[in-house]
Design a binder for this molecule. Structure first.
Ligand SMILES: Cc1cc2nc3c(=O)[nH]c(=O)nc-3n(C[C@H](O)[C@H](O)[C@H](O)COP(=O)(O)OP(=O)(O)OC[C@H]3O[C@@H](n4cnc5c(N)ncnc54)[C@H](O)[C@@H]3O)c2cc1C
Length: 280
């Protein structure tokens, strides 16, 4: 039986009674069709780097996208890949070819599809900078390919939030390997010194209420760095990270998240919203 602890980067969560891992998009579409027709609820799992799950057995079927790895070069600069391709693989491959555009996503764990859903990135830019087309499975079961328009991608949100991303087409610009590598090194250096990468985590837990008031600063100002519940700790390095310092349960993470929200509400009068997906 699959255990979410083996699949979530925070190393938390419970057992999964029904798990599927289709090997092709056609298999995925047919599977979801069958689950829908049977009235069976399901959840999509990719790299598991943005999910906090409770410890109880998952009642929904879990559908992993790990098998969807097809990659195609439409031209030297225009690449299409399926949702399950690791984002890091796309970053490394484009850098090796001396292309630029995806350095902003260096160090973002997980899959291309989830990154396209949430418009992943950071202070150097987001994946929207290279995203040209998306192939989506709508909640009604229809497969559609659409161009990306200005305004489709905003801070950690996209126009296809409720769809399933099947594929993405990315367009790079020419550069040279040394320049691209230097940009990646700069991103790497920054992350290494500002993020608690030595411990399992789910990345930033809360959305930034605004660029001027990032969640990490609000949590820090509320005096919460180092606060611990069981094996879950508000990172002393970056307060918007909760890290698993050993044996944390999903319950520890969830309890600490509630505590952080309550203290920030009391201290700042601000309601922090989850950036991570909570599977409870
Ligand atoms: C150490 C660390 C550092 C991080 N740094 C960053 C960062 O710098 N910038 C950043 O943006 N994020 C960052 N993250 C968060 C996370 O890596 C991103 O959100 C990533 O895009 C999640 O990808 P995943 O494949 O792991 O998605 P998962 O965690 O598997 O899924 C996340 C959500 O997306 C849904 N989903 C997954 N695939 C698809 C799909 N194809 N279509 C539709 N929905 C889908 C899932 O159902 C779930 O709701 C970091 C996380 C960690 C652990």
């Amino acid at each position: 039986m699959l255990d979410l602890r083996e699949r979530l980067t925070a190393k938390i969560g419970g057992p999964v009674a029904e798990a599927h891992e289709p090997a092709t998009v056609a298999e995925l579409v047919a599977l979801l069709d069958r689950l829908r027709s049977a009235g069976r609820a399901f959840k999509i799992l990719a790299g598991g780097s943005n999910i906090v799950a409770g410890d109880a057995p998952q009642q929904d079927a879990i559908v992993s996208l790990r098998g969807l790895r097809r990659f195609e070069m439409l031209s030297e600069f225009l690449w299409r890949a399926e949702a399950g391709v690791p984002l890091g693989e796309m970053v490394a491959r484009s850098a090796r070819r001396g292309l630029t555009g995806l350095e902003c996503c260096h160090g973002v764990p997980g899959s291309l599809g989830a990154a396209v859903r949430i418009n992943a990135g950071g202070k150097w830019g987001t994946i929207a900078g290279v995203l040209r087309e998306v192939t989506l499975l709508t909640p009604g079961g229809e497969v559609v390919r659409r161009s990306v328009a200005p305004g489709d991608c905003v801070y950690r949100k996209t126009a296809w939030w409720n769809d399933l991303v099947l594929e993405a087409t990315l367009e790079f610009a020419p550069s040279d390997s040394a320049t691209t590598k230097a940009k990646i090194d700069a991103v790497h250096e920054h992350k290494k010194t500002t993020q608690p990468l030595a411990f399992p985590s789910a990345g930033c837990i809360f959305r930034n209420p605004s660029a001027e008031r990032p969640a990490g600063r609000l949590i820090d100002q509320a005096g919460l760095k180092g606060t611990r519940v069981g094996g879950a700790l508000v990172s002393p390095l970056h307060a918007n990270y909760i890290v698993n310092v050993g044996g944390a349960t999903g319950g520890d993470f969830l309890a600490l998240m509630v505590l952080v929200q309550a203290r920030v509400r009391e201290f700042h009068g601000i309601e922090l919203e989850h950036e991570v997906e909570v599977w409870n």
